[in-house]
Design a protein around this ligand. Structure first.
Ligand SMILES: *Cc1c(COP(=O)(O)O)cnc(C)c1O
Length: 396
């Protein structure tokens, strides 16, 4: 190893360890369901994005196995050579139906989707108005495009309007885009899409909504854009296939001409191998389940509301979430980490999230209830929260 690299890596790792910021990863020893096994211990799982329990759904497992039998384990090529299987075409038709758009295109991940889609339409002569709390993959996708990035204060519509006006009137940019998460993952709040659309119309902005945490959750499962009835107004509807849908991948849904353009200009579509057949078959069936029934989504909200009410009653600060995402805001970073560690010892897996992922002094344990949790599991989690909360002086 190069001496320079060796020193760089060792010094920086040591610094992180000294600050208590080095993240040790505990492997899960089995399925990532409502109860998981870690270090040989069974825990109520409040940290997955498996919102509807589909990652471990028996019907989907069987469908994936059948597709693997028929097509094999890999797609064999990038989409534009001969990696496009009839399964991919079916999936994309299903995604367009699900999102209420003319067409859709799938990618290997939600992260990859943002790498692909933004730079396919934006370049150094353009500007992007980006919510300050947007996901890391949106930020990286914006950077990759080389467009001027103009951050606006989180969900602050006055700030957005002022910056949209300044950017469009400056004459400096060919195109201006506004980009936002649909649901913000750390606080569970929903983007103000009706106001964003209004501002976009006023200044002819391109609209881009990454609804990774909304699809399967908001809008009776159809997502945040549908929740507001704005399917015809949002240019880019981005989603992930790895959270509520339970498998892996990402997609853009929109007008047919836009999707046709992404098929010839988005680099991960052209230069990275297509999603594997077993996954594609399972995803298509999962999307069909969401089109056919709101049962799992209803159950998710019921469980989310139950957990929220319970934590609030115990005296915890659960922030201003509008979705099942339930932060339990503790504040001090070290106390937050100690809290999460004690929950683990008592049989609840809920990860601490601290600076720099969230602002300093707003450390939190983030709870992700799912449709697969039973009332008994949630009651067990609440009893544990009460015990640990009193022990560490977070509640009285
Ligand atoms: C989780 C997330 C992603 C990444 O999705 P993956 O499919 O896991 O790569 C992208 N954007 C947002 C807003 C997310 O929350």
């Amino acid at each position: 190893m190069s001496n320079v690299l060796n020193t760089f890596v060792d010094d920086n790792l040591q610094q992180l360890r000294d600050q208590g910021l080095y993240n040790e990863i505990d492997p899960v020893e089995g399925p990532n369901g409502s109860v998981i096994q870690v270090r040989g211990k069974n825990l109520v799982n409040l940290s997955s994005n498996n919102y509807l329990g589909l990652a471990t759904n028996d019907k989907l497992k069987k469908i994936a196995q059948e597709a693997i039998e028929k097509y094999g384990v890999g797609a064999g090529a990038v989409r534009t050579i001969n990696g496009t299987l009839d399964l991919h075409v079916k999936l994309e038709e299903k995604l367009a139906e699900f999102k209420g758009t003319e067409a859709a295109i799938s990618y290997q991940s939600g992260f990859n989707c943002n790498m692909a889609a933004i730079s396919a339409v934006m370049d150094k002569n353009d500007a992007i108005l980006s919510d300050q709390l947007n996901h890391a993959s949106i930020i990286d996708g914006c950077r990759l495009s080389k467009a001027k990035i103009i951050a606006f204060n989180h969900s602050d519509m006055d700030d957005l309007r002022a910056k949209a006006k300044a950017a469009t009137e400056s004459g400096l940019y060919n195109k201006v885009m506004v980009i936002t998460d649909g649901v913000f993952s750390m606080d569970g709040d929903i983007a103000k899409l009706p106001e964003i659309v209004e501002i976009a119309k006023e200044f002819d902005l391109i609209t881009y909504v990454d609804d990774a945490h909304g699809s399967g959750v908001t809008g009776k499962g159809k997502g945040t854009v549908k929740h507001f009835g704005l399917e015809k107004e949002i240019d880019f509807q981005i989603g992930t296939l790895s959270k509520a849908i339970g498998v892996v991948g990402g997609y853009v849904a929109g007008k047919k001409n836009l999707i046709d353009w992404l098929k010839v200009r988005s680099r991960p579509f052209l230069f990275s191998t297509a999603l594997p057949p077993g996954d594609v078959a399972a995803i298509t069936a999962a999307v069909q389940m969401l089109i056919d029934s709101t049962e799992l989504c209803d159950k998710l909200w019921e469980n989310g509301d139950y957990l929220k009410a319970g934590l609030k009653k115990l005296g915890f600060n659960i922030g201003a979430s509008e979705t099942p995402i339930t932060p339990c805001i503790i504040g001090d970073e070290k106390l937050t980490q100690a809290f999460s560690a004690r929950l683990f010892e008592e049989g609840v897996y809920a990860k601490s999230i601290v600076f720099p992922t969230v602002p300093k002094g707003t450390g939190r344990v983030r709870n992700m209830p799912t449709a697969a949790h039973t009332k008994e599991m949630l009651d067990e989690a609440l009893a544990t929260y009460e015990k640990v909360g009193k022990e560490l002086g977070v509640i009285f």
